[in-house]
Design a protein around this ligand. Structure first.
Ligand code: PEP
Length: 249
């Protein structure tokens, strides 16, 4: 059985005042069977971990090196030390804004694991790739290139996030989401064996909100969601957590 996961990515949003939202999320996070994760900006990780209760805290990126002359960057060990248990890697905004390649994401993933963090590795096609029906080719390549050989159900979560669905209000059909998640599951089983392949959790991300969460959570091989905008406010995120809990019934 895979424990479902509702993960929030606050991106470059939030100051200490935002911890009130986290506290409200924490107040309900232990009420159901799903795991809840919030990835605030790095400046809030330490303070967030202190008020998170049952909510896990994650970073949004880490450097590929353990330490050194990398001004402005943050290492996996620093995230762990600040109170994080997860880190998002290879988010499409990092791939686009910072030119992150699959090979770099793979190196970061190894670094995260060596620091004791779980990695949420993001994959997803652009609108152009989607319109040219290249989605599965792109996802297959990103999975092969971004995930190290040492993956397990414990250290890895994969998030399928179509780039064109992030922050746009556009969402693939549930059939499309199901097809991609089935494909990712098959690829993981082929590469890592059925035991590991079946134990890795697969999240959908891209404009998830309370009104579409239930339908998405009942889709094949969807084990939860990575949520951006709708994770910033407890009033928006709590109903998504509740929809995920209800999908266990
Ligand atoms: C994201 O950036 O991971 C994301 C899914 O954003 P949104 O929910 O706002 O589309």
């Amino acid at each position: 059985m895979r424990t479902k996961l509702a993960a929030g990515n606050w991106k470059m949003n939030g100051t200490r005042a935002s911890l009130e939202q986290l506290e409200r999320i924490a107040a309900v996070a232990g009420n159901g069977p799903s795991e809840v994760l919030i990835c605030p900006p790095a400046t809030l990780i330490h303070a967030a971990a202190e008020v998170a209760g049952p909510v896990g805290i994650g970073g949004q990126d880490c450097h590929a090196a353990g330490s050194g002359a990398h001004t402005g960057d943050i290492s996996a060990e620093m995230l762990k030390d600040a109170g994080a248990s997860y880190v998002i890697l290879g988010h499409s905004e990092r791939r686009a804004d910072h030119g992150e390649s699959d090979a770099l994401v793979r190196t970061k993933c190894r670094m995260a694991w060596s620091a004791g963090l779980k990695a949420v590795v993001c994959v997803g096609e652009t609108l152009e790739q989607y319109e040219h029906s290249n989605t599965l080719d792109i996802i297959g390549g990103q999975l092969a290139g971004s995930i190290p050989d040492e993956a397990t159900g414990h250290n890895l979560v994969v998030a399928y996030e179509p780039v064109w669905a992030i922050g746009t209000g556009k969402v693939p059909t549930v059939n499309e989401i199901g097809d991609v998640h089935d494909f990712i599951r098959a690829r993981l089983e082929r590469r890592f064996g059925a035991g590991v392949g079946r134990s890795v959790r697969l999240l959908y991300g891209g404009s998830v909100k309370a009104s579409n969460a239930t339908e998405i959570f009942h889709t094949s091989n969807v084990d939860g969601a990575l949520v951006g905008g709708a994770s910033l406010k407890a009033d928006d995120f709590v109903p998504i957590i509740e929809a995920l809990n209800a999908s266990n019934d």
